[in-house]
Ligand binder design. Structure first.
Ligand code: NDP
Ligand code: ZN
Length: 180
């Protein structure tokens, strides 16, 4: 593998798979959680035409700090400063209450780096497609609607980052009668 970008991407995939190994998605099939970060990276490559290995690594690692015992220091030690900064940019501050975190995403997304915006857009696209296909167990219709509306606000602040991803997001939102 010439420039070792496949090497570091596999390393990130292996790291995330170990960290998320006991977690499941909120769908009826209880899909392994790792399907999500891998799918987000795949969206970036296949649909977003993104080729930057740091962005792909960050996509694979994007939920490790938020949802597992992983620290940013650990990410930096293994994957370097750029990937650490990107994962930091796409992680919510878990010390804040949920509603505040949601509001923060709307407020802070426009100020993020263009690389972090790509990861956030692909993450939202993946989750919105999941939600459009199937309502998670225990979620009321209202909660789903709320999630679509909140996501639309977050995404509005990141428009102009990637035409294809934004078109695909608009399509999913259109299916819920939400305009971007
Ligand atoms: P959560 O943040 O709890 O869940 C959404 C997140 O779950 C997604 O961003 C995604 O994050 C992950 N996820 C895992 N599996 C799926 C899946 N199959 N489809 C989509 N996402 C999935 O949900 P909310 O944002 O809705 O909850 C937080 C807010 O909702 C709070 O403000 C709370 O007060 C409110 N709430 C409202 C209720 C209501 O009935 N209206 C009930 C309970 C809470 P990731 O990218 O990290 O995987
Ligand atoms: Zn995610």
């Amino acid at each position: 593998i010439e420039d070792n970008s496949i090497g570091v991407i596999i390393k990130a995939t292996n790291f995330a798979a170990i960290k998320h190994k006991d977690q499941r998605r909120k769908d009826a099939a209880k899909t392994p959680y790792i399907n999500h970060p891998i799918g987000v990276a795949n969206i970036l490559i296949e649909e977003g035409k993104v080729t930057d290995p740091a962005v792909i690594q960050a996509a694979i690692l994007h939920d490790t700090v938020e949802d597992t015992d992983t620290t940013l220091e650990e990410i930096e030690l293994i994957f370097g400063a750029e990937v650490r900064c990107l994962v930091d940019e796409v992680s919510d501050d878990k010390s804040l209450p949920k509603l505040e975190r949601k509001m923060n995403q709307i407020k802070k997304s426009p100020k993020k780096s263009s690389k972090a915006k790509l990861v956030k857009l692909a993450d939202k696209l993946y989750n919105l497609r999941d939600l459009a296909e199937q309502v998670p167990e225990g979620w009321e219709e209202d909660r789903v609607k709320e999630y679509f509306l909140w996501s639309a606000h977050v995404i509005k602040g990141m428009l102009g980052s990637n035409e294809c991803l934004e078109k695909e997001i608009a399509k999913v939102l259109q299916g819920q009668n939400i305009d971007l």
